[in-house]
Write a protein that binds this ligand. Structure first.
Ligand code: WTA
Length: 619
């Protein structure tokens, strides 16, 4: 059913309304070279201008070829002349501790860290793995890589040592930057231990670099203290001149196979897209206090905590901790304390905080908020309405931004100033042609669900999957030459798009894409399990939760203890965010005659629904 409820929201700074959006959108589609070329010229600094805005070779596209820039120049250097004293980040944590850093200080620290990396032998094109908590030094380390042209590969600090070492080996990464610990719900979590295990396990010869938060941490051979080593380094280092198409980073994301995909983004196009989507989606103003609650271990942190906000010279809140720890009002306190004007979070967090009731947000002054956003999973209508009424006090625009690690930045959203519809991400971004099609690529009628695809290219489209050509080509093979998103969507008569979820075996748990195959391979590595199927079933708060069906080795009896053990095992081997909610022990898994596990039969069973066509089912 198509929701007809349109809510008028505050007009944005850039004055986008439906009429203006339609005009600019039309221009951007009819003449992308002109649209993106003019923006790149106006919005960014380039050491050398490009020869061509974009060049298409089959489905591959290269952007700003011949252009030379460095993203840290756009994020730091260019703001120093008359904006160095502006606060870049206000860091805070569960304990309410606080640190602030200005653009000038951030620039100086990035320079020092860049110098240290160089001293350690890191060169342009080397891959540096960053396994760190949400602290200012994490941002500094990432920027230092970008400044000297090293490719950063950030791994979410909730991942286990095995997941970390797999990613390091796959990227052939010889440098690992970590911190000794982080706090999670009041508990001190040892990251250094995980990093040490991962380095041991990794097939590449790792030189570790360790950041020490506590002076009592004992370092081993090959480990150095970032703080100590940089304190004696002084001076400025020029940003490495980068080709627009040089890689900026890789970021691993879950695929439909068990193997994580190293998504590659390049310097020029990504710089522009992260910058301009931040500016327009969040309607950036000079005195904004912006807070994106994502973790820098995921793409949202890369584009909308680090690169986009810095490039726009914004002040951001950087928070290390959980949404509801120590109390369900922690986040509302932070908004009130710092006078946040923009708040960007996930549907899971919204639903969780909504479940605690209105009294917590109502106990705080949230009137500074002017724009609120969502990302990671569909924001269902009831959560949308609560978010709008209670957090947005009925006056804030909601930007429900649909995008992916692969797209680098927002692809579908309702810009502030346009009519909003609860449950709908909204309209395609400028330059983006989004279609809902059937299996053959034929466009569906409005109101009918189908596969969401993107026609044509945009500056921050993934350029490659690291060392995996087949995986990269896979995005363009399902529907010839179109980018296949793997999501199911529906379009209404106004062109508004509603995202319904994934069409493949990636489960969105609390906004984290987790591959069924990867969880299955972890579960089957447990000594008592022969075979397993992992499925996602709807969950009121997390969007989806993981249920595992497991076949045990003959000699082992099923028991509650064993279930607990397996759940804990997944947490240890994969990372806590991948833990199944439940493990069901079965004698056999439903399979096709060719031996493929039919997860949809299990899903239907869980959801008490009709399993659909089961003619290929063997048992
Ligand atoms: C889902 C996160 C509905 C979607 C930025 C997509 C969403 C996957 C939304 C990518 C949204 C992201 N509404 N679904 N606003 N945003 N998704 O790579 O299924 O971690 O394919 O990037 O998240 O997840 P990823």
């Amino acid at each position: 059913m198509v929701s007809k409820l349109a809510v008028f929201c505050s007009k944005g700074e850039y004055g986008f309304n439906t009429k203006k959006y339609n005009r600019v959108y039309k221009e951007s589609i009819e003449n992308p070279g002109k649209y993106w070329g003019e923006l790149a010229e106006k919005e960014l600094f380039w050491f050398k201008k490009w020869d061509s805005v974009y060049e298409k070779k089959g489905f591959k596209c290269r952007w700003f070829e011949g252009g030379k820039t460095n993203i840290t120049f756009n994020c730091l250097d260019r703001h120093l002349a008359d904006g160095g004293d502006k606060i870049a980040y206000i860091w805070t944590n569960e304990q309410g501790e606080e640190r602030k850093i200005t653009y000038k200080e951030l620039f100086e620290k990035v320079c020092k860290t860049s110098l240290l990396f160089k001293k350690l032998g890191v060169r342009k094109g080397d891959i540096v793995t960053v396994y760190m908590p949400q602290i200012i030094e994490q941002v500094i380390s990432i920027l230092a890589c970008a400044r000297i042209g090293a490719i950063h590969s950030v791994v979410y600090a909730g991942f286990s040592y095995q997941a970390l070492s797999t990613r390091m080996t796959s990227a052939d990464s010889r440098y690992l930057i970590t911190a000794d610990f982080t706090y999670r719900r009041g508990k001190k979590v040892d990251l250094l231990e995980v990093a040490r295990e991962a380095a041991k396990e990794s097939k590449t010869a790792v030189k570790k670099i360790v950041l020490v938060r506590e002076s009592t941490t004992k370092l081993q051979e090959n480990e150095i203290s970032l703080e100590k080593e940089t304190s004696s380094l002084n001076g400025f280092i020029d940003a490495q001149v980068m080709d627009a198409e040089d890689p900026l980073f890789i970021l691993y994301t879950s695929g439909t196979t068990g193997k994580p995909k190293g998504i590659v983004h390049t310097v020029g196009g990504y710089s522009l897209y992260a910058h301009i989507t931040t500016k327009y989606t969040f309607d950036v103003r000079k005195d904004d206090v912006y807070w994106c609650t994502a973790d820098n271990g995921w793409i949202t942190g890369h584009s909308y905590i680090i690169y986009g906000p810095l490039s726009n010279h914004m002040t951001s809140i950087l928070y290390e901790g959980a949404p509801d720890y120590p109390t369900p009002e922690t986040w509302w306190k932070i908004i009130e304390k710092y006078g946040a004007t923009i708040f960007y979070t996930s549907p899971t967090a919204i639903r969780m905080l909504m479940s605690y009731g209105d009294k917590y947000p109502k106990g705080h002054n949230l009137t500074t908020l002017r724009l609120i956003g969502s990302v990671g999973e569909p924001l269902n209508s009831s959560a949308w309405l609560w978010y709008h009424k209670i957090i947005g006090q009925g006056k804030c625009s909601i930007v429900d931004t649909w995008w992916q690690t692969e797209t680098g930045g927002h692809m579908i959203t309702t810009l502030p100033g346009l009519d909003q519809k609860p449950g709908y991400a909204g309209l395609p971004y400028f330059g983006i042609v989004a279609k809902v099609v059937d299996r053959n690529g034929k466009e569906k009628k409005n109101g009918e669900k189908g596969n969401l695809i993107i026609n044509g290219s945009w500056p921050s489209v993934l350029r490659d999957c690291w060392h995996d050509k087949k995986c990269f080509e896979g995005y363009y093979q399902k529907i010839k030459d179109c980018y296949f998103t793997g999501d199911i969507a529906v379009k209404d008569n106004d062109g508004y798009i509603r995202i319904l979820g994934r069409s493949d075996d990636v489960i969105q748990v609390a906004g984290h894409g987790i591959s069924s195959a990867e969880i299955e391979s972890v579960v089957t590595s447990h000594k008592s399990v022969v075979e397993a199927a992992a499925i996602g079933v709807p969950d009121a708060i997390k969007g989806y939760k993981i249920i595992v069906y497991a076949v045990l080795v003959k000699s082992v009896q099923s028991s509650e203890d064993l279930e607990k053990e397996i759940i804990g095992y997944v947490g240890k081997v994969y990372g806590k965010h991948g833990r199944p909610e439940r493990v069901e022990f079965v004698d056999k898994l439903p399979k096709t005659r060719s031996g493929k596990i039919m997860r949809r039969v299990l899903k239907a069973e869980e959801e008490k629904k009709n399993p659909g066509d089961i003619s290929t089912l063997e048992n």
